[in-house]
Write a new protein. Structure first.
Length: 185
């Protein structure tokens, strides 16, 4: 009987694989009683550091603390590879000094006040509207310009193409002419 190299590798691989399989009901019972130490949730995100926009899979525990980061193999930019800065997201996200609320210091005050996100959003909108209204130019000479030069918009690495598209449309609708991105600065 003649055996080909391919058949030998098939039989050898099957034999080696069968040695790794657990044996019987005892192995199934031990697997069923194995205690999970903690629940882990995963979310796909984008690295915030440089302008590439690498995909990152962030693992968090039940309290929301980041316990691991790894490259997203489905991301078109990095295909699962990460640089050292991206791996350090674990340290950044769990820093006890990281702010998680809105802090506001009134003019001429020496104290910070904790405010809600709703208050901050409304305050930013109010100030953008006031600045735009105060500095809006409809015409420059005989030419219609419809712009404001008192407001600028800066995008960052965590913005994807859709975010940047919507931000640019929003900024142009306000008449903002100074649009920039972290990748160009």
């Amino acid at each position: 009987m003649e055996i080909s190299r391919r058949d030998f590798l098939k039989v050898g691989g099957a034999a080696a694989g069968s040695l790794l399989l657990p044996v019987g009901a005892a192995a199934a019972a031990s697997a069923a009683t194995f205690p999970l130490r903690k629940r882990v949730g995963e979310a796909a995100s984008v690295c915030p550091y440089c302008s590439v926009g690498c995909g990152v899979i962030v693992a968090t525990d039940a309290q929301g603390h980041i316990i691991n980061t790894e490259g997203d193999p489905d991301n078109i930019h990095n295909r699962g590879a990460l640089d050292p800065k991206s791996v350090s997201i674990t340290e950044f996200g769990n820093d006890p000094k990281r702010l998680k609320t809105v802090l506001y210091r009134a003019p001429n005050s020496d104290k910070w006040e904790v405010k809600s996100w709703d208050w901050a959003t409304a305050e930013i909108a109010k100030r953008v509207k006031a600045t735009r209204d105060a500095t809006f130019k409809e015409k420059e000479g005989d030419v219609t310009v419809n712009r404001t030069e008192a407001i600028a918009w800066v995008g960052g690495a965590a913005n994807n193409n859709e975010d940047c598209y919507l931000a640019a449309k929003f900024a142009r609708a306000l008449g903002i002419v100074y649009l920039e991105h972290q990748a160009r600065i």
